[in-house]
Design a protein around this ligand. Structure first.
Ligand code: PGA
Length: 259
C-alpha cells in the first residue's frame, strides 16, 4: 500500500537544543496525524537526540545525505551505517543542493542509493530540473536521466523501500511553487518510468513526493493533484505551526479520500 509522506528537510538549520525543543513542542500534534508517515531529517549532530525523542513513535528519522562507502579516509563525510546507528531509517539522496552546490554527479548518487539499500536505509531519491532546463523544454528528459541513473541499481524488491521526490530546482527555497498541473505532469512521468522498469502495480505502490516552496497555503491544492503522494519540505518544516498544519492537511485529505 502506498504511503502518504510528509518529510521535513531541515538542511543546515537548528542546533541540538533548537532541534530538541522543536520536536518536543510539536510531537503531540504530529502523533495525531495517524494516516501519514512523518519523517524528520535534522542536522547530523541532532540525529541522536531526536531519535531518543522519537523512539517508540511511528515518526521516521532521516539523514540529509551520506557517502557511498561504509568507511574510509573521507574527511567530513558520513556513512549510511553511521546514520543508522544514530537511529535513521531514511536518507535523502541526490538533493538538488548536493547536485548543484556540491557537484554530485548522477553516478555518485547511484552508488549512494545502492549502498543505502544494501544496508537497509530507505533512500528518498530527489530528482528535478533547473529553470533553464524547464525553459528549454528538457524537464522530462532531465527527470528521466536522473531516475534512470539512480534506479539502474535498484531491483523490483528494493524499489519498494525507496521514496522518490520530485523537486524542481527553480521552486526550492524560492517561494515559487510548481502548479499542481506542473507537479502532476512530472509525477505521472516518474510513475510511468517506474511502471516500465518494474510493473504497474509496483509503480502504483511507490510514494512520489513533491518538494519546492511547499507551505500550508499551497499544500491542499497540491495534495489533491494526481500522483502527488506527499511532500518533502524545506523552509516550512522549520516552523512549528507550518509543519504541523501541512501534516494535518495531508492527513485530512486522506481521511476524506477514504470515507
Ligand atoms: P523548500 O525546500 O521547501 O524550502 O523550497 C525543499 C527542499 O529543498 O527539499
Amino acid at each position: 500500500m502506498k504511503q502518504y509522506i510528509v518529510a521535513g528537510n531541515w538542511k543546515m538549520h537548528k542546533d541540538v537544543q533548537e532541534a530538541n525543543l522543536f520536536v518536543l513542542n510539536i510531537l503531540k500534534d504530529l502523533l495525531n496525524q495517524k494516516k501519514i508517515q512523518i519523517i524528520i531529517c535534522p542536522s547530523y549532530t541532532a540525529l541522536f537526540n531526536i531519535h531518543e525523542l522519537l523512539k517508540n513513535t511511528p515518526i521516521g528519522l532521516g539523514g540529509q545525505n551520506m557517502h557511498s562507502q561504509s568507511k574510509g579516509a573521507f574527511t567530513g563525510e558520513i556513512s549510511g551505517e553511521m546514520l543508522m546507528s544514530a537511529g535513521c531509517q531514511y536518507v535523502i539522496l541526490g538533493h538538488s543542493e548536493r547536485r548543484h552546490v556540491f557537484g554530485e554527479a548522477d553516478d555518485f548518487i547511484r552508488d549512494k542509493v545502492k549502498q543505502a539499500l544494501a544496508i537497509g536505509l530507505k533512500p528518498i531519491i530527489c530528482v528535478g530540473e533547473k529553470l533553464d532546463e524547464r525553459q528549454s523544454g528538457q524537464t522530462l528528459e532531465v527527470i528521466r536521466r536522473q531516475c534512470d541513473s539512480a534506479l539502474s541499481v535498484v531491483t523490483e524488491h528494493e524499489i519498494q523501500h525507496c521514496v522518490i521526490a520530485y523537486e524542481p530546482v527553480w521552486a526550492i527555497g524560492t517561494g515559487v511553487v510548481a502548479t499542481p498541473e506542473q507537479a502532476s505532469e512530472a509525477h505521472a512521468m516518474i510513475r510511468k518510468l517506474l511502471a516500465t522498469k518494474y510493473s504497474k502495480s509496483t509503480a502504483d505502490s511507490i510514494s512520489i513526493l513533491y518538494g519546492g516552496s511547499v507551505k500550508s497555503s499551497n499544500a491542499a491544492s497540491l495534495i489533491q493533484a494526481p500522483d502527488i503522494d506527499g511532500f518533502l519540505i524545506g523552509g516550512a518544516s522549520l516552523l512549528e505551526d507550518e509543519f504541523v498544519k501541512i501534516a494535518e492537511i495531508v492527513d485530512e485529505y486522506l481521511k476524506q479520500k477514504e470515507s
